[in-house]
Write a protein that binds this ligand. Structure first.
Ligand code: PMP
Length: 332
């Protein structure tokens, strides 16, 4: 019999026709939005919980605690529920009500705290760590620095990409939230093909583009993307080198996302947009005939009120989906 957590991973690799035609390369996207919790972070959640069980850090009755407003919380709630562990998520009050609702719907207990900078002890991630320390039997998942995150991506996502391309892969591009997927997949691919090109796609507002191009962590600009664009070298990113780095503005990836919806029936989230825009940049640099893989981290429905909302986009001077723009009512 299949259990819900057996459905995590082994996602299909999709050919993205428009981006492939536009660049003369094969641009392939790993359909991580098909994981049962709806994102690539189900893998991270399973990795952190399994590893904690194996190392005796999480025993029956123990609570899983994490500071996250996003997909990792949904993944942890799902994995915790399936394996019999309650999940407590600490998040800043500033997050959209939709995020809190999604966490509650997934089965998480949610604690909202006042927003604070990462350097303050009141930052939600530090609060989550102290909560775990003070709760008997609790386990702090720590997705940013727990090595099980990257290791699981190396062992699953990276190996799957290698096998699904039959080793015919010239480049891999991804953005980074914790960096676990980028670093883990890079490790698996380089072990099998040292000449593979690994590229970072950083949203505006992230500090990694400047880090990989100048050595300095310097955030510049801002982005409407969520879950990506880090300001520090996390444990996952420690020691990672990349051959190329791109800064992707919102105005660059939004039209790519809208084209995928209209022409390929594929509705994706903003980080997937940044990833595909990065894959297209790498394709143009490497030249026609190459195979480039990226991650389709989650689906557009999670961002219906932002990425695909005309008022939200117009207020920020961003491109609006053409079918929304020209959405005249049908006359009978
Ligand atoms: N896209 C989305 C939508 C995410 O939530 C995340 C994780 N925060 C990422 C991409 C990045 O994944 P990773 O943590 O492996 O860098």
């Amino acid at each position: 019999m299949t259990r819900i957590i057996d459905l995590i991973g082994n996602t299909p690799l999709l050919r993205l026709d428009g981006p492939s035609q536009a660049t003369g390369c094969e641009i392939l996207g790993k359909a991580e939005f098909l994981n049962p919790g709806g994102s690539v972070k189900d893998r991270t959640a399973l990795a952190l919980v399994r590893d904690a069980q194996e190392r005796g850090l999480l025993k029956p009755g123990g609570t899983i605690v994490e500071g996250t407003a996003g997909n990792t919380g949904i993944g942890l709630a799902l994995v915790g529920g399936a394996l019999g562990f309650p999940v407590t998520i600490v998040m800043p009050r500033t997050q959209s009500p939709a995020k809190k609702d999604a966490l509650l719907a997934a089965g998480a207990r949610v604690i909202e705290v006042d927003p604070a900078p990462y350097t303050s002890e009141h930052h939600f991630i530090h609060i989550s760590r102290r909560l775990a320390e003070q709760t008997p039997g609790a386990f702090w998942a720590n997705q940013f620095d727990n090595p099980a995150n990257k290791a699981f991506h190396a062992a699953t996502t990276g190996v799957e990409i290698w096998e699904q391309t039959g080793g015919r892969i010239d480049g891999f591009v991804a953005s980074a939230g914790t960096g676990g997927s980028l670093a883990g997949i890079a490790q698996a691919l380089r072990a099998r093909k040292p000449a593979v090109t690994i590229a970072l796609a950083d949203p505006a507002g992230g500090a990694l583009y400047s880090y990989y191009t100048t050595g300095e962590l310097k955030p510049e600009g801002s982005s409407i993307t969520e879950g990506i664009g880090v300001g520090r070298i996390t444990g996952q990113l420690d020691g990672l080198s990349v051959e190329r780095a791109y800064r992707i503005e919102d105005g660059e990836f939004l039209p790519i996302l809208f084209d995928l919806v209209e022409r390929e029936g594929l509705s994706l989230g903003g980080s997937a947009g940044v990833n595909i825009a990065g894959a297209m940049r790498l394709a143009r640099e490497l030249g026609p005939g190459k195979t480039i893989v990226t991650l389709l981290c989650d689906a557009g429905s999670r961002y219906a009120n932002r990425l695909y909302n005309a008022d939200y986009l117009r207020a920020r001077n961003l491109p609006v989906p053409p079918w929304v723009e020209s959405g005249a009512p049908l006359s009978a």
